[in-house]
Design a protein around this ligand. Sequence first.
Ligand SMILES: [Ca+2]
Length: 345
Amino acid sequence: MKNKVLRFVIIIVLVVAFVPGVQYFWKSKQKIAVHASNASQILSSSSDWSAGVSSNIESSSGSLNISQLPPPKIDTSGMTVTASKFDSTKLNLVDANLSTAFMGTTGDPFYWQIDFGGNRQLSCVYFYEFVGSSIGDVSIYGSTNETDWTAIYEHFPGGPDGLWHCGGCGSANMTYRYVRISVTPAYSTSLFFDEIEFYPPTAPGTHTTAATQIDGGTNFWQWQTFTPTETVPANTAVTYRFRSSVNGTDWTDPWSAVQTPTSGNALDISGLVTSRSGETKYRYLQVETTLSRSDNGNDLRHCFDGPGSEIPCPPTIGPSVDSYSIGYHTEQKPNKPVAQTAVIQ
Ligand SMILES: [Ca+2]
């Protein structure tokens, strides 16, 4: 009896060891026992970013940034300029030439005014050099209707020569069609103003992945995590929204609420987007990234090293996204799911 059992065991061992079909069957049985598997897509490469849609975004491999930071000054060419005095020199204030001035001699109040042609959002107004002895009261006002005026900056000081002056920066909601400089000289004197510049707020940069770029595949089961690698300096922000789709065309899922995960930490997105509904799989995920700088960086537009000497300003720092990774599960299948990796840069 013992010999029979021993022979049986030996035969079984030999069959398993040398008959490929049996090994395959055995391994297949093992694979059937494998459950949903982790998979991920990583967006980081230049081609990853360029596959999506961008607005005010500058991207390269491993880097997604705001393109115009700080934004350029508002182009005032062709805009309507009026002045209650010194009319022949009124355009000298917006001719981008620091040696030409809006100027004259008077003891009476006067104003200079520009019409943007429509409401414009402003973050900062800069003057280059205005001079007059005992100049009196100089103020800047904004208006949407040329009737009701709001002070942008009041009692602006005169002089010194050769210097930019900030005439009202950082206000959150400066939206005006008209800006007026109002001057009340202390007494009859010669006055001149060389240049004025207007700046808009820093526009946020937005990047949205292509419709089918993030694809959970045919074995998709559930969206799970979103992990960004990013740099978010003071006064800046990076936010994300998500939505999912069955086919990458119909986005029956609305954008999720805005999310602010921190760098290197996984955000649970399983409750933010639909992964499946019955037998229907939402295998496509879309990510919208928004980068912003809340203080506009306008304090850095003109930098000074004392009266008369303007020095190069340090670069305005914005937020950046190096990459992000989307983790998901693939469905339980007879064949063991293979971990997938896609890189978006
Ligand atoms: Ca000028």
